[in-house]
Design a protein around this ligand. Structure first.
Ligand code: PAF
Length: 284
């Protein structure tokens, strides 16, 4: 498996490995790869002839320079995980190559997709940074299919909107959240949790499970579902930054869980801000 740093090397590598009419898949990541990323790479490997894994800690999507500085990095581990999961090439560019001197284009996506929930706590700039780097990666790689994790549900909605609005010729595939055996959603940030924090972090998934149980038992009021989840989180000593019931395609808030919905949650546990979500279908 190749590791390349420049767009020229990347395009050359794709040309070498792509059979005529072959499909190119992209798995965009910020590195420190875990089983969640490996599952995306395996999904890409199953579908595509060439699998590009980008490893780039994108500074423009961080609203907090301390968070950016603390973001874990381990490129040799990333290369090993990507190779084992079936990547053809790891693309790990420098910040100055992605944002060279004079760079001044930003993709803005207006409205509730970017200014609520993650967009409120991290600022809409966060999603402008995501949208800009994803649009750039699509331009650099030219993928036919790109794979994203459901764990970042709002990001998935933003990327789908971006792709539709700009007519980008890329199919977006969303893969299920990968969890630890006790249910904690995998995240590169989990390594910063102490043993106590690690236990408290289960508040998020237990809260979401309580929300799902509530709906399964016939509850349709979003406020009641949210209250049930909040109570379970409080029992774990964790206060949510938000818990919301949302339309999975637009991220508009729902007052009734009368159709498929996403319940999304964010909370600070120790030094780390965690997010998680589940999709609930009241008709199933
Ligand atoms: O989900 C991530 O790791 C990042 O937001 C992404 C999509 C790689 C863009 O930097």
């Amino acid at each position: 498996m190749d590791v390349v740093r420049t767009v020229e090397q990347l395009r050359e590598t794709i040309r070498e490995h792509r059979p005529k009419g072959g499909i190119v898949g992209l798995v965009p990541t910020m590195g420190f790869l875990h089983e969640g990323h490996a599952s995306l790479i395996r999904a890409a490997h199953a579908r595509c002839d060439v699998v590009v894994v980008s490893v780039f800690v994108n500074p423009t999507q961080f609203n907090d320079s301390a968070d950016l500085a603390a973001y874990p990095r381990d490129e040799s581990h990333d290369v090993a995980v990507a190779a084992a999961a079936g990547a053809t090439v790891v693309f790990a560019p420098e910040v100055t190559d992605v944002y060279p001197k004079g760079f001044c284009t930003t993709v803005h996506i207006d409205g509730p997709i970017t200014d609520t929930l993650e967009g409120t706590s991290r600022g809409p700039q966060h999603f402008f940074g995501v949208a800009t780097v994803v649009a750039k990666l699509f331009g650099m790689v030219g993928p036919d299919v790109a794979f994203f994790g459901q764990k970042d549900a709002q990001q998935c909605v933003v990327v789908r909107r971006l792709t539709r609005d700009l007519d980008l010729p890329v199919e977006i595939v969303t893969c299920p959240t990968v969890r630890e055996p006790d249910g904690l959603a995998m995240s590169s940030r989990n390594v910063r949790l102490s043993a106590d924090d690690r236990r408290s972090a289960l508040a998020l998934v237990r809260g979401l499970e309580a929300a799902a149980t509530c709906v399964r038992r016939g509850q349709r009021s979003a406020a009641t579902v949210v209250a049930a989840a909040s109570q379970v989180m409080a029992d774990h000593g964790v206060e949510p930054e938000y818990i919301a019931v949302l339309d999975p395609d637009t991220f508009a808030a729902l007052t009734e869980v009368d159709r498929r919905a996403v319940v999304a949650v964010a909370a600070r546990v120790g030094p780390v801000r965690l997010i998680d979500n589940i999709v609930i279908d009241p008709d199933r």
